[in-house]
Ligand binder design. Sequence first.
Ligand code: ADP
Length: 299
Amino acid sequence: MTVIEVQNLRKAYGDTVAVRDVSFAVERGEIFGILGPNGAGKTTTVECVSGLRQADGGAISVLGRPPADTALRRLVGVQLQESQLPDKLSGREALELFSSFYPGPADWQALARDLDVPLTTRYAKMSGGQKQRLSIALALVGNPEIAILDELTTGLDPQARRDTWGLIEAVRAQGVTILLVTHFMEEAERLCDRLAVIDRGTVVALDTPAGLIAGTTTEQRIRFRPSAPVDVALLEARPEVRQVLRHGSQLEVAGTGNLLHAVTSVLAANDIIANDLRIEQASLDDAFVQLTGRSDTGE
Ligand code: ADP
């Protein structure tokens, strides 16, 4: 069942077209990611889905309603980049206040514990990471059906980032649908069931992380130390193999398709063992570079 549908979304700020033509549909219970370089239009897209900005064109439906429908306030939790709270508000006060807005709030004390939110520190005194964790807790405190999370783990240290991923997976396991904006490849690959890759205001690919990786034409490389001399011509005769290089006692085989099977079957037929075998496969980074022509997300 589709819970968020975006069709041909368009949004400009004066002469800057932030979102040119974005379409995607999010199914109930999935973690759907929007991945793209800085300035691609990710935040503008989720702000339109959250009802915080009005689209210039296209159609958006959230749980069958237009994004501005006030009934969605109880059903959709939003964590935005750079959310601001009053300086004097403590973590406890913010969580108590926000949970009072909802008829069936989550246990805010458990959320604060899981996310390590400081309860007595005033907002102005919180570190960037503490503010970030509080804003995630506030997005979840209403027990939403959908959580929209923008740059969830930006500003968190690697351990806090991994802890947050665990929490998001636990939230999803409770049946919450999650729309996530990220520029971290590892986060996208680890968390998301499906990803829309956005570049210059348009969707350039939409697939599972594995599907995006499989779609790359990037070569694989296999390195190993053969237990006995290998006749390189036997490897080169396989259609999967493009090149075989020697580095001292190591061989490096580059190619495509089921390269590992091709190499291991040649070795097995000649009673050769591959020691210290290492495989370099295409990654989401490779897919991203091929799709956007950029070497990284620009952060
Ligand atoms: P992303 O989240 O992918 O980094 P944004 O949606 O924030 O992208 O921005 C897309 C484009 O719109 C960028 O060129 C950005 O400079 C511009 N933009 C974003 N917000 C505003 C705004 N409030 N006013 C003018 N331009 C904006």
